[in-house]
Write a new protein. Structure first.
Length: 401
């Protein structure tokens, strides 16, 4: 089937709001090339489970496509229209399985040497849409907080080397009650600037006491979910002929209920957590990988105005078969290796935060938990500076909040 043949009833299996969005924009969808429309429908079909920032972005994109003439839309899609699509892909049920179509399209583009053509078309489209539908800055400057080094008694090597050039390094802060102070500051921002999924707390271990106003994810709380996923992965791997691509497809089809989630009213966050564990590399077995991927995806998808990320020790490296085994014994922790991972993770958090609207006013605080060193970055903080003066966490926060 080709896009021009689309009918409203073909979206009957879509969730309620996704179906309404597709049917409302049916006239536009019919004019889009087959090499493009499944990518758009892959976003539409998940509309009911998206964060507010994602929903707004998709609605802006659909409105941008609808508010131009057919000729302008054809010109916008010119690069995609030049892509040759096989008869096999034309016959695929790309309406109900757009994600699987996109995977097969990628392989087709590679084997037919059209990948560069597609990439150029996608880049040109994204640039045009950004210019036509500009994004809005956040209502309040973003604040990112990264806490690293839980469980590390001492460490002699310098930390935050990649962050220091962007802000001020402090070597003599009072560590007492540091995490409580940071969580209180995040909760205070949530009270003043209340908005769904705008204030997050991600913990790589067991979450500390915190305000219920925060969107919270913790590696420890998802232990039953991770165990259920590992059992399913282990069973799939044991099947004859099971390869990595087939396993990836199987994992992509898992729903929250398949892994013991699915509480009423928690659909959006449950879907998010399942995607963290089924799409992220190592998120099922390494807490640092889970924490880093969760922070990246929260920033990319939810665009929070406040994000506190706390890394915790991960298990030591073992042979992959042992790591993926659902019957693995108690994990041996690598606290120093985890600190090194988290140090780089703090830098990645800053980079990902800088990719969002309002980056010029964003601030970040990175702290070595239980110790006296931290980095503060913000528009009013002198770059590349060092302070050995005695200070505390509240004082650091006052310079950027």
């Amino acid at each position: 089937m080709l896009p021009r043949e689309l009918k409203p009833e073909q979206f009957s299996s879509y969730p309620r709001e996704a179906k309404a969005l597709a049917v409302e924009n049916l006239a536009v969808l019919r004019e889009l090339p087959l090499s493009f429309i499944p990518s758009l429908l892959h976003e539409v079909i998940e509309f009911d489970y998206k964060f507010p920032a994602e929903r707004n972005a998709l609605e802006r994109e659909m409105a941008g496509l609808a508010h131009v003439s057919s000729a302008q839309r054809s010109e916008l899609m010119q690069g995609f229209s030049a892509i040759r699509v096989s008869a096999k892909l034309e016959q695929f049920d790309w309406v109900n399985f757009p994600g699987q179509f996109v995977e097969q399209l990628s392989a087709h583009l590679w084997t037919t040497h059209q990948l560069d053509t597609f990439r150029l078309a996608a880049t040109a489209y994204a640039d045009r849409m950004r210019a036509a539908v500009p994004v809005k800055a956040p209502p309040v400057p973003r604040l990112g907080i990264t806490v690293i080094g839980a469980g590390v008694e001492s460490y002699g090597e310098p930390l935050f080397r990649k962050l220091r050039p962007h802000g001020a390094y402090f070597s003599n802060i009072a560590p007492e009650n540091g995490l409580d102070i940071l969580l209180t500051a995040v909760a205070d921002r949530a009270k003043v600037h209340d908005s769904p999924y705008a204030h997050w707390y991600i913990d790589g271990g067991e979450s500390a006491a915190h305000s219920p106003s925060l969107t919270t994810i913790s590696y420890a709380a998802l232990e039953p979910v991770r165990a259920a996923l590992l059992r399913k992965m282990h069973a799939e791997i044991a099947k004859p002929g099971m390869g990595p691509e087939a396993l990836r497809t199987t994992m992509a089809q898992l729903r929250p209920v398949d892994l013991g989630l699915g509480a009423p009213g928690n659909d959006v966050l449950d879907r998010f957590q399942v995607k963290l564990l089924t799409e992220g590399s190592g998120t099922q077995i390494f807490s640092t990988s889970f924490t880093q991927w969760a922070a990246r995806e929260a920033l990319r998808r939810a665009e929070p105005t406040t994000l506190l990320v706390r890394f915790a020790p991960r298990q030591r490296q073992k042979p992959m078969n042992e790591l993926l085994s659902p019957d693995a014994g108690r994990a041996e922790l690598d606290v120093v290796g985890s600190l090194i991972d988290a140090d780089m993770g703090a830098y990645y958090n800053w980079l990902n935060q800088q990719r969002l609207p309002g980056a010029e006013t964003a601030a970040l605080l990175a702290w070595f938990e239980g110790h006296t060193s931290a980095v503060v970055i913000g528009p009013t903080v002198p770059r590349g500076t060092v302070s050995n003066k005695s200070t505390d966490m509240k004082q650091l926060l006052s310079w950027i909040v």
